[in-house]
Design a binder for this molecule. Sequence first.
Ligand code: G3I
Length: 452
Amino acid sequence: MPMPRRAAQAFTAVLLAASTVTALSHTAAAADTLGSAAAGKARYFGAAVAANHLGESAYASTLDREFNQVTPENEMKWDATEGTRNTFTFGAADQIVSHAQGLNMKVRGHTLVWHSQLPSWVSGLAATDLRSAMNNHITQVMQHYKGKIYAWDVVNEAYQDGSSGALRSSPFADKLGSGFLEEAFRTARGVDPNAKLCYNDYNTDGVNAKSNAVYAMVKDFKSRGVPIDCVGFQSHFNSASPVPSDYQANLQRFADLGVDVQITELDIEGSGTAQANNYSNVVKACLAVTRCTGLTVWGITDKYSWRSSGTPLLFDSNYGKKPAYDATLAALGGSGTGGGDGGGGNPGGNASCTVSFTRTSDWNDGYNGEVVVKAGSAPINGWTVTLTFTPPQKVASLWNGTAAWDSSGNVMTVRAASYNGSLAAGASTSFGFTAVKNGNNSTPALGACTAS
Ligand code: G3I
């Protein structure tokens, strides 16, 4: 016998409430680490990893718990993989790759062509020989890892600092000219067509002569069909080299050329709230750029940072979470033991949002409502919406938000859940509720949206 309509609707409402509770608790549980919170924003959050620390249990457990992408810090560089011509050693890098694969983490290959950590035998070659050594190196290393690397830093740090906008002096630039860049990318595409091919550099994080030079190269590659898929912004910051005010705009202008962008070696010297705010702002900038597909911090713990004395990372030397960790997690929309956003706030200071309401289903004594919250022209870190109900209507359940009631029991203030408060500029999210009519069929009055 079919279920009476009212019973069926009530049953559906219960099912809906039950399923949303399941989804909600699942999401909340999953968003208390950097990797899972970033995944909720369709991004990865990774760390540079050193093979010789993987045996340290706190190091490995922090990596395994928090991150879903790794970059070998030194193990895939030329001196580590081909210290002697045509003799390839992959042991340490393989160790990192298999660790990552076991946990379904993405691996970024770092790096194929770089002037540093380059064995002396390469520097000594004449042009023709150097060209074939470069192409052979790219081919052998990429072949070994074919299918295991989501993106390669094909060329690293090819441009000079300062105002010249010129290539830096290196065996490659000096002997092969600027064409080595194009040749490296073309060779790389031929070896592993499924790997993303990136250019990676530092001091290119804001708009300046160096980033303009990289921008021109990417634009030129795109116009001539030279393969390039992504640009990495290392983002090594300290007081002498702070997070630039045009960081997001710079990421966006590269993305607008038709490449993905990534934060590839993030570390920010400092401590406490100031460091936390900087991390928060970097994360928010990435989230505000649709083609910013992930962030990687350059190490897990201050203990092993390449600039350890500047304490630039998210975990202290004892693997304790720093305020920077809490701020990063909060900016990613996650929630952790530390809680708050470390005072991150909205970098633009002009947070705003708008709301709209729809009754999505109705039955005799109840209805479901959905409120869509849309960020204004700046990214937001949180939102609050008020709905006023006419008694004796009551709200039976709420999902994707957290409710508080005034003393009359008729005014419901909903703030974002732990995972849907951070929105990119123009992005939207929604929350919903089931109301019991109790004989009154009116629609609640929707108040304005407040953003933080
Ligand atoms: O492993 C040896 C050790 O056996 C030896 O006793 C010791 C003595 O110096 O050196 C150790 O190797 C060092 C290695 O790091 C591992 O710690 C090298 O000397 C040292 O030069 C190397 O530094 C690396 C640096 O690149 C080299 O340029 C850093 O770890 C690494 O974090 C850093 O990473 C670079 C990126 O690849 C590119 N962007 C900038 C970034 C920071 O400099």
